[in-house]
Ligand binder design. Structure first.
Ligand code: FE2
Length: 257
């Protein structure tokens, strides 16, 4: 191997490494077929590459750990809400499971499925701002002030979560989970094209879980009854394609225990 060819190969490999394409090819240049100068340079570059790779791996792990910890912290706040309101307890978890299943059934990619699952877990976090009066109200009659408070919870949720950058589009799904296709939803009264798919998924499964849950003053509906009601809301408040997919999903996979 001529010294010039060795140098050229080394330079080519360094450029590759600089571009982020790590390979063990550099180690070949440390063999006796190459001049000592090339061998030493290749060894040094090889060592450098291994260290950079190790650091990159460490940073990736660290980023994942930070994300998981942040999510666990927010989930702890959601669980704190469960302690205030027995009905909400378990609702976030069930909604997140249904939302994940429905998102996958709709053929959304796995990253989007995960964003929808997270939004499901957090969707009602704004209820932490409700006054005790609302939590203790077991009668279905609500006065104007109480309705206003209830209709504010997606906005409060948005305000609580909006600085958590890692949530990305999940934040919009939380914000829009009570919007309706016909524009009669809250808090912003968005119309059909403005409502993201993640929020449409949440709207369907949130409704279903609310209807099928037993409360002190209300016996939960059967899944068949709840699905029939979802069917009657399709095209008005709920996205008909999402409702159809959810019907198939419940038929196939059943209810969350
Ligand atoms: Fe809600």
């Amino acid at each position: 191997m001529s010294p010039l060819a060795g140098k050229e190969r080394l330079l080519g490999l360094i450029k590759e490494i600089a571009a982020g394409n790590y390979s063990d090819e550099i180690m070949e240049l440390t063999g006796p077929a190459y001049p000592t100068e090339i061998q030493e340079l290749a060894e040094a570059v090889g060592m450098m590459m291994v260290k950079i790779e190790a650091r990159e791996y460490y940073l990736e792990q660290l980023t994942e750990t930070i994300k998981t910890n942040s999510l666990n912290t927010v989930t702890a706040v959601v669980n704190a809400l469960g302690a205030r309101d027995a009905y909400t307890e378990g609702h976030g978890e069930r909604v997140s499971i249904y939302a994940e299943r429905l998102a996958r059934r709709l053929g959304l990619d796995e990253a989007e499925v995960e964003r929808i699952r997270i939004a499901g877990m957090l969707h009602d976090i704004g209820k932490i701002g409700f006054s005790d009066l609302i939590f203790s109200n077991e009668d279905t009659h609500m006065n104007e002030d109480m309705l206003l408070e209830i209709r504010s919870h997606p906005q409060w949720g948005y305000d609580i979560l909006r600085n958590l950058e890692f949530l990305g589009p999940s934040l919009d799904y939380v914000y829009a989970h009570h919007e309706r296709l016909d524009g009669l939803g809250y808090p912003r009264g968005l119309v059909e094209p403005e409502i993201p798919m993640g929020a449409r998924v949440l709207a369907v499964v949130d409704c279903f879980d609310a209807m099928t849950t037993n409360r002190p003053y209300q016996q939960g509906k059967t899944p068949q009854q709840a699905l029939a009601i979802l069917g009657s809301l399709a095209g008005k408040s709920l996205d008909p394609d999402v409702v159809d997919a959810f019907m198939v999903e419940i038929e196939d996979g059943g209810m969350v225990e």
